[in-house]
Ligand binder design. Structure first.
Ligand SMILES: Nc1nc2c(ncn2[C@@H]2O[C@H](COP(=O)(O)OP(=O)(O)OP(=O)(O)O)[C@@H](O)[C@H]2O)c(=O)[nH]1
Ligand SMILES: [Mg+2]
Length: 460
């Protein structure tokens, strides 16, 4: 397993190495590419802050510090496993804590994935401690822990009185703000959504509309309490952390019995059933809420390294979609298509490097054109001149003489998804094209910018 980890870490280093070469590669583009276009490419790719942070984060990252608040049995420990996508062992810190509070590190092998400060709800810890200063002590210890984000775990089917916990969080965030002149990010998680009726439907893909509606009603209920109490939160999201675990030889083990297993089995537990709902979305929300870049990157890395590759891939796609949109906002006639193809080529190369493959910009360009049904596109400038609208419609459907920002962004998004399928998930080129077509359809269904699309179509 360790070897496998190393291999994937090597892939991330490959990606960074490719990124570092970007400026050089742009200089080496065919001579026909005008100076302005080169400068624009450098500006948008190398000047992109998010991309730079992502690359810097490959070397500089630390485990995020997460403060969990939620009563016993809400599923705090299960949520951490769900976020990491693996059964993470908990290693208790030697620090002595206030009763009702627990600080530990989550480990996968010898990697620290997250540092957790766990309280079982303020009402409960107060009852445990019984001292008047319990609240103050708790606040002091939490301040010392200095969390990157607070996760407030609630239950979807048992609507508890959460008033005292909300009040406590309010005091906590005020104290944090006073000490650090920084707002404390708080994300509220409504867990155990799978238990909402019909509770027998555990697979998120099988959730019925009425189940989802009921889940959303509970979210609304909690939201009102939080707002009424004047607690400012970053977001609230319903999830399920349900995972059934099995040993490598296929024996299913209830969570309560895992600690009794031999260490080898604990280290190599596999998912027997994955009932996780909205966990990817929660990770995105947490990523947005965490302000420290090194911790943000740490959160992205706090998964099985295989998942890390996927997560980084999706993040690249998001960044490059944004870059494409920016470029399309300031179009340079004709050449902007070249710029878009070049931007997408860099993205495809970076995704390929994550998969462990090293490809040239030329190969990436071939991949992009094959998605639009054009094979063997040698000279892009000549091709654009000859094929004009046909080429545009293959890659950015509905586009004619100009590519709108959203069309450029979703075109790059669709190419990115196809590249992940082809290079990371080992799909065939036909399989990748199917992904590309699906991603294009998704956009049509969402019907973004219908007016703009129609006008451009009319012009074409
Ligand atoms: N169906 C379902 N069960 C869950 C979910 N999350 C947790 N559980 C179960 O709920 C029980 C409690 O979960 P834990 O993760 O131990 O809860 P906790 O908040 O860490 O509890 P304490 O450590 O006592 O504070 C366990 O039996 C879990 O398997 C979920 O999303 N769906
Ligand atoms: Mg727990």
């Amino acid at each position: 397993m360790k070897d496998n980890n190393l291999k994937i870490e090597q892939r991330m280093k490959n990606m960074k190495d490719f990124y570092v070469k970007t400026g050089n590669l742009i200089d080496k583009l065919p001579e026909a590419v005008p100076e302005d276009t080169r400068n624009m490419l450098k500006k948008v790719i190398l000047g992109d802050k998010e991309l730079k942070q992502l690359m810097d984060g490959i070397e500089a990252h630390r485990p995020p510090r997460i403060f969990m608040i939620g009563r016993t049995g809400m599923g705090k420990s299960s949520l951490i496993n769900a976020l990491c996508g693996s059964y993470v062992a908990k290693v208790s810190d030697t620090k002595s804590c206030t009763k009702g509070m627990d600080m530990y590190k989550c480990m996968d092998g010898d990697r620290v994935l997250m540092e957790i400060c766990d309280t079982r709800g303020f009402a409960e810890s107060e009852a445990l401690d019984g001292e008047k200063s319990a609240e103050k002590m708790l606040i002091e210890q939490i301040s010392e822990f200095s969390p990157d984000v607070v996760i407030f775990v609630l239950n979807c089917t048992h609507k508890d009185d959460v008033g005292s916990d909300v009040q406590f969080l309010k005091k906590l965030s005020k104290d944090y703000e006073d000490r650090n002149s920084l707002r404390l990010p708080i994300v509220c998680v409504v867990n155990k959504c799978d238990e909402m009726a019909p509770a027998r439907l555990k697979k998120p893909s099988e959730y019925t509309t009425s189940k989802i509606e009921k889940i959303n009603e509970v979210v609304q209920y909690y939201k009102e309490i939080i707002v009424k109490n004047g607690l400012k939160i970053d977001n609230i999201i319903p999830v399920s952390s349900l995972i059934d675990w099995q040993t490598p030889d296929g024996v299913e083990v209830p969570v309560e019995a895992i600690e009794n297993l031999p260490q080898y089995d604990i280290d190599n537990l596999q998912m027997a059933f994955d009932g996780r709902y909205n966990i990817e979305e929660l990770l995105n929300i947490l990523e947005e809420a965490i302000l420290d870049f090194e911790a943000q990157m740490g959160l992205r890395m706090a998964a099985r390294l295989n998942d890390v590759v996927h997560r980084l891939g999706s993040h690249l796609v998001k960044i490059f979609s944004g870059i494409s949109a920016t470029v399309a906002l300031t179009p340079i006639p004709l050449a902007d298509i070249y710029v878009l193809v070049a931007i997408q080529s860099f993205m495809v190369c970076l995704i390929a490097s994550l998969s462990g493959r090293e490809i040239s910009l030329e190969t990436a360009k071939e991949f992009i054109f094959s998605m639009g049904g054009i094979v063997g596109a040698g000279n892009v400038f000549r091709l654009i001149a000859q094929q004009g609208t046909k080429l545009l419609n293959g890659l950015w459907p509905g586009a004619g003489s100009a590519v709108s920002a959203s069309v450029a962004a979703f075109g790059t998004g669709a190419i990115g998804k196809a590249a992940i399928a082809y290079y990371i998930d080992d799909f065939t080129i036909e399989g990748a094209k199917k992904k590309f077509d699906e991603a294009k359809k998704e956009k049509r269904l969402k019907n973004e910018e219908p007016e703009r699309l129609e006008t451009v179509k009319g012009e074409a």
